[in-house]
Design a protein around this ligand. Structure first.
Ligand code: EPU
Length: 305
């Protein structure tokens, strides 16, 4: 039976600060996607817990949104409730930092350097939030969040556990128990990382060098969703897409970047359908020419035909 009963709709309408039909395109780095049927945004994790527990009990679908840097939201938008998590608190204690799920990874990289800590410089190349980074074990320049992660506090509707170890999170290459396993639908409240004492100035210099390298190899000034595909074992999705002659390929205003084959850029007004068609085209071409199955890194959400 559909969740769309009058009592459920009334419950959603009565949530504090909730908005109906909220556009989501501006809340993603791609600048693409239809509206959220219901939308709420809060830094108070207690209220998010109450709301998602309420959704679970009523069978209402919900989506937890961070900075929207790894998402392709459908043109039709997202049914049910979208909750944007914006808690950005942080606390430095010795070589550990506890960071709120809504804090940007890039900001956390600067916080770590300012605290004279090293080992988190790679965070400067990760566009999303801490919560999103836990969700898919984000990484850059061969380093991943799991290498510095100690524990994560969160809330899973219907469960009592509040703290998850790195093992509980089953972090793999751009995957976790939150994205693809038993913790799906759980809220990340904050994450604790452990770093090493270092020299803040040195960390800042390294981050500046890495950023300039990234500027030259990735189309980061144009709207995009980061890497579209995961790298297949022992190879690179960007290299394969380039070798298939697909750089610059277009569907509407969506285009495979001429700079990096594993990026699709929104040149202005691209639709989710345009991007999805390009993704399928690239996948089919790479499979046809090289027999390699590309797996999506970007997550498709919302209602698709
Ligand atoms: N390459 C090409 N053609 C291209 C793109 C790349 O031949 O169009 C070649 C490069 O010359 C290089 C190899 O492919 O030899 C790898 O490329 P690159 O160093 O640009 O890194 P990547 O494997 O494409 C990964 C992460 C990025 C991260 C960079 C930098 C994945 C899927 N991507 O990209 O992460 O920023 O390394 O460390 O693991 C993301 O996850 O969203 C993301 C952007």
């Amino acid at each position: 039976m559909s969740w769309r009963k009058s009592t459920n709709l009334a419950w959603l309408r009565d949530l504090p600060g909730v908005r109906q039909g909220e556009p989501l395109a501006t809340r993603t780095s791609f600048g693409i996607g239809g509206p959220a049927e219901f939308f709420a945004e809060t830094a108070r994790t207690e209220s998010i817990e109450v709301v998602i527990e309420g959704c679970r009990l009523r069978g209402i679908p919900y989506l937890l949104l961070g900075a929207g840097t790894n998402l392709l939201i459908s043109d039709a938008g997202v049914e049910g409730l979208v909750v944007r998590v914006v808690n950005r608190d942080f606390e430095v204690e010795g070589t550990r930092i506890r960071a709120g799920a809504g804090l940007k990874m890039m900001r956390l990289a600067r916080i770590a350097a300012d605290a004279g800590l090293r080992g988190f410089e790679f965070g400067i190349g990760v566009p999303g939030t801490v919560g999103g980074a836990v969700y898919q074990n984000a990484g850059c320049w061969g380093k991943e969040l799991r290498e510095v992660l100690v524990e994560v506090r969160g809330f899973q509707p219907g469960a009592d556990r509040r703290t998850w170890s790195v093992e509980d999170l089953a972090l793999g290459y751009r995957t976790s128990a939150l994205r693809d396993g038993p913790l799906h639908g759980a809220l990340v409240i904050d994450a604790t990382i452990k770093l090493e004492r270092g020299d803040g100035e040195e960390a800042r210099r390294l981050m500046a060098r890495l950023t300039s390298e990234r500027n030259q190899t990735q189309p980061i000034k144009t709207k995009n969703c980061g890497s579209v595909f995961k790298n297949p074992p022992g190879d690179s999705a960007g290299r394969l897409i380039q070798a298939a002659g697909l750089k610059g390929a277009r569907r509407g205003s969506a285009r495979i970047s001429t700079l990096h084959g594993n990026f699709i850029v929104n040149e202005g007004g691209a639709t989710a359908a345009d991007v999805a068609a390009l993704i399928e085209h690239a996948r089919a071409e790479v499979m046809g020419r090289f027999g390699v199955q590309l797996e999506r890194e970007v997550e498709l959400v919302g209602t698709w035909d």
